[in-house]
Ligand binder design. Structure first.
Ligand code: GSH
Length: 213
């Protein structure tokens, strides 16, 4: 498999974690978002939408991290990243939805670029925008995790799920934009625990060959 991604793209980071956790080999192909490579025709021939991640599985190139994740989970169910029961799976997908639909899209590169170019916002205002929306989403996840995490190691129950795979890259972004994590002790604890797992450590943006210092 070939993963088209970018080191600090949180959606790419999700898929790196997942492939690592499943023990699947993949070739990492860097698409430099900072150079606009994702908007070039060459990349749009790979992913029409011009987003990373895209996963070439041989028979097809898949786009959209939830679709990619479900594909991987269906084909490689072990070790599982979804609970065995339907309510548990729905709970995990709630977290995936909060991060993937409500937090991440409004602090995506193209949105931040637009805030700068069309609305004249500077770096500090853009970071404040990100902190505002990540903070609002994290307040909800903090409450849910405090209720539903068994021992504060994972966002739901007592095993790793897609909820953690979505949450931890978002925590990376939160730090990048200077969000104070003190009001979110459960999330910070889950992050600390997951950072110690090999699948997460290998997927960390700082460990990617395309990482720009
Ligand atoms: N819903 C998509 C979002 C993918 C996405 O937003 N990717 C970002 C990087 S994290 C991107 O390619 N952004 C390019 C841009 O905003 O111009 C998914 O989950 O795969």
């Amino acid at each position: 498999m070939k993963l088209y991604g970018y080191y600090r793209s949180s959606a790419s980071y999700r898929i790196r974690i997942m492939l690592n956790y499943k023990g699947l080999d993949f070739e990492n192909v860097a698409v430099r978002l900072d150079r606009g490579e994702h908007r070039a025709d060459e990349f749009r021939r790979i992913n029409t939408q011009g987003f990373v991640p895209a996963l070439d599985v041989g028979a097809a190139v898949l786009a959209q991290s939830p679709a990619i994740a479900e594909y991987i989970e269906e084909l490689y169910p072990e070790p599982p990243l979804l609970p065995a029961d339907a309510i548990g799976r729905a709970r995990v997908r709630e977290i995936v939805g909060i991060v993937g639909c409500d937090i991440h899209p409004i602090q995506n590169l193209r949105i931040l670029t637009h805030l700068r170019s069309e609305f004249g916002q500077d770096d500090e205002s853009v970071s404040a925008w990100c902190r505002r929306w990540i903070g609002e989403g994290f307040a909800v996840i903090e409450k849910l995790a405090a209720e539903r995490s068994t021992e504060g190691r994972y966002v739901f129950g007592d095993s790793l799920t897609l909820g953690d795979v979505w949450l931890i890259p978002q925590v990376f972004n939160a730090r990048r934009f200077g969000l104070d994590l003190a009001p979110f002790p459960t999330i910070a604890g889950i992050d600390a625990h997951c950072q110690g797992l090999e699948a997460f450590a290998k997927a960390h943006p700082a460990r990617q060959p395309d990482a720009v210092s």
